[in-house]
Write a protein of this length. Structure first.
Length: 400
């Protein structure tokens, strides 16, 4: 190309402002650092791969092809395979929330369900309420939508209803995003009385509720708490997000959305613009799996293993963290939330821990507004109790 022509080239237009305003996930970056051999990582919220029902899932894929390979490999409807939607509806009804197949949209993981709901409801400048701290990818999702994210005051049990009511009246938000059961990152569970209060506030003051429940099946002790969506006042305003990632396999990328008809229909149209439909073969395999395997029995096996791992982590934290540290005891889920004493910093401890081949996630990225730099999240599901004990010994050396 002649020099004169080259000098006349013009750069392409800039990226959209939303692409530049939202950073990458520090948690995903931390996971990349911890993938080297020998690292014991409490960082990722990953299911234990040795507990996947590989034989059952392989048989389910074989069945999907045997019944109709043409259907398994073909385009499908945006709403999802009818038999999978029916299976999801049955499981939701069994947990006390009357649900029909037509109430369900199958998504590519519950993360996509959150993206769809955000696209339908949130315009730039709209206020979105969240727990503080909260799921990091939700903050990214709302940031990409141009929302103004406002934190609702929480205590050890989660959202404080009186504080929520005051913020809703003052900020006039579009929606409240919450993970009320075994929350990520804190592991805490919102009590039933508070859920009822949240539903009533939403109904009285006008508010959409987005209830994210990827961990609800992973209860190790205590009593199940009804979904927020099941409380009076929440019926016509709650988008309930569920997932098979934590109880079957995350690689399937299968989630679901249960929502009021108008909201669900808008999400369907939005999904058509995003990916047309979720993978047909994965949906059919999951439906075959749910018809042939007792998923609840499999989940019971997973829960027993995770309970043992949680207990191993809790038993060793007093010796692993600096004196004066505090932490909670979650009744389920995948995470323990800890706080170091005054003058300590979780990011500094993280750097020292990596030098001893152990890792966790500092809590700061999960906060909206000023973070608490002394907090950290530890996941207990990926390693055996013996590995957890060794990891905590390494952490103690790093903290010493």
């Amino acid at each position: 190309m002649p020099a004169a022509a080259a000098s006349a080239l013009t750069s392409p237009p800039a990226f959209a402002s939303r692409a530049a305003s939202v950073g990458g996930s520090p948690v995903r970056e931390i996971l990349a650092l911890t993938e080297r051999p020998g690292v014991i990582s409490f960082a990722g919220g990953l299911p234990a791969p040795e507990l996947f029902d590989t034989e059952g899932l392989r048989a389910a894929y074989d069945a999907a092809f045997a019944v109709s390979a043409r259907r398994a490999l073909q385009y499908s409807t945006t709403e999802g395979a009818p038999e999978l939607r029916e299976a999801v509806a049955r499981r939701a009804a069994a947990r006390g929330l009357p649900t029909g197949a037509d109430d369900v949209l199958v998504t590519s993981g519950s993360q996509q369900a959150l993206t769809l709901i955000t696209a339908v409801l949130v315009e730039p400048g709209d206020v979105v309420l969240v727990e503080n701290p909260t799921y990091l990818a939700a903050l990214q999702c709302f940031g990409l939508a141009g929302a103004r994210v406002v934190a609702v005051p929480c205590d050890a049990e989660g959202i404080i209803p009186e504080a929520l009511e005051e913020i809703v009246a003052r900020e006039r938000p579009k929606l409240l995003y919450t993970i009320p059961t075994f929350q990520n990152p804190t592991g805490r569970t919102l009590p039933g009385a508070r859920r009822a209060a949240v539903a009533q506030i939403a109904a009285r003051l006008g508010l959409w509720l987005v209830e994210d429940d990827p961990y609800g099946d992973l209860r190790y002790e205590g009593t199940d708490v009804p979904w927020l969506a099941a409380h009076p006042g929440a019926e016509d305003r709650t988008a309930l997000l569920g997932s098979f990632s934590k109880i079957m396999a995350p690689g399937l990328r299968l989630g679901w959305l249960r929502a009021p008809e108008a909201l669900r229909r808008a999400a369907v149209v939005t999904k058509q613009a995003a990916d047309l439909h979720t993978s047909t073969v994965d949906q059919l395999a999951a439906a075959h799996y749910l018809s042939a395997v007792d998923l609840d029995a499999h989940v019971a096996t997973v829960r027993a293993a995770y309970r043992e791992r949680r207990d191993a982590l809790l038993a060793g934290l007093a010796d692993a963290l600096p004196p004066g540290s505090v932490w909670n005891r979650p009744e389920g889920g995948m995470f323990v939330w800890a706080r170091l004493p005054e003058t300590h910093d979780a990011a500094a401890l993280f750097k020292a821990a990596l030098g001893h081949d152990v890792a966790f996630v500092p809590g700061s990225p999960f906060f909206t507004g000023p973070p608490d730099p002394r907090t950290l999240r530890l996941s207990f599901t990926t390693h055996t109790p013996e590995e957890i004990t060794e990891g905590l010994a390494r952490l103690a050396r790093a903290a010493g």
